[in-house]
Design a protein around this ligand. Structure first.
Ligand SMILES: C[S@@+](CC[C@H](N)C(=O)[O-])C[C@H]1O[C@@H](n2cnc3c(N)ncnc32)[C@H](O)[C@@H]1O
Length: 199
């Protein structure tokens, strides 16, 4: 979906995603000391704002202005601030070596574009900082619940790890995420990677 499509999806007052952080983001970052964080394709800001409430200097990047406006409103409601950057990540890159945490949560792109975005995200991690990626796993199309039904835009943990030179990998797995539905609990399968850049 292009930026216009996402603007339409985010146009209503209600949040499309939760206002709570993604469960894996919360789990993986809870023990990290606050610093500078950037959330790539951060949408309505649920993760960036949560980080800001925990003392992080958080930047949320997305190509949807409507999503970022909601991120700003969510931050105001939580009495914190986040920096927003409206940019297309296939054409814009964060500053290199600049962030203690680079988040990449449910951004799904064709292979060439995602390789470029992973490389730029990895380059943005400061020495000793962390790269965290969560997305629908490619196997989710066949075996999991929800998510885009297009394997070509989905990655695997091995593919993400392969893009990370100079990092120590602390987590690399297909993680099960229970989802409550009208038909009971279903399991979504997520790619989950956490890595620390050598200091
Ligand atoms: C599934 S949503 C996830 C939002 C957020 N990461 C979260 O977990 O709540 C995907 C987001 O990626 C953004 N996006 C998609 N392609 C993008 C691109 N090329 N550049 C910047 N943002 C993009 C969309 O606007 C949307 O907010």
């Amino acid at each position: 979906m292009d930026a216009e499509g996402w603007n339409e999806r985010y146009a209503g007052k209600e949040f499309v995603w939760s206002v709570e952080p993604n469960r894996f983001v919360a789990e993986l970052t809870a023990e990290l000391p606050p610093g500078r964080a950037i959330d790539l394709a951060g949408g309505e800001g649920r993760n960036g704002v949560w980080l800001a409430t925990r003392g992080w200097d958080a930047t949320v990047v997305d190509f949807s202005r409507a999503g970022l406006d909601k991120a700003t409103r969510l931050a105001e409601a939580e009495s914190v601030t986040v920096t927003t950057v409206c940019a297309d990540l296939t054409r814009w890159s964060p500053a290199p070596d600049a962030y203690d945490l680079v988040l990449h949560v449910y951004l799904h792109l064709p292979a060439e574009q995602r390789a470029q975005v992973y490389a730029a995200g990895a380059a943005a991690v400061a020495p000793g900082g962390h790269f965290v990626l969560i997305g629908h796993d490619r196997s989710n199309v066949e075996y999991g619940y929800g998510g885009p039904p297009y394997p070509e835009i989905l990655a695997t943990p091995d593919e993400v790890v392969g893009a990370l030179d100079g990092f120590e990998i602390s987590r690399s797995e297909v993680a099960e995420r229970p989802v409550q539905t009208d038909d009971g609990e279903r399991i979504a399968l997520d790619t989950l990677v956490m890595a620390r850049r050598w200091g």
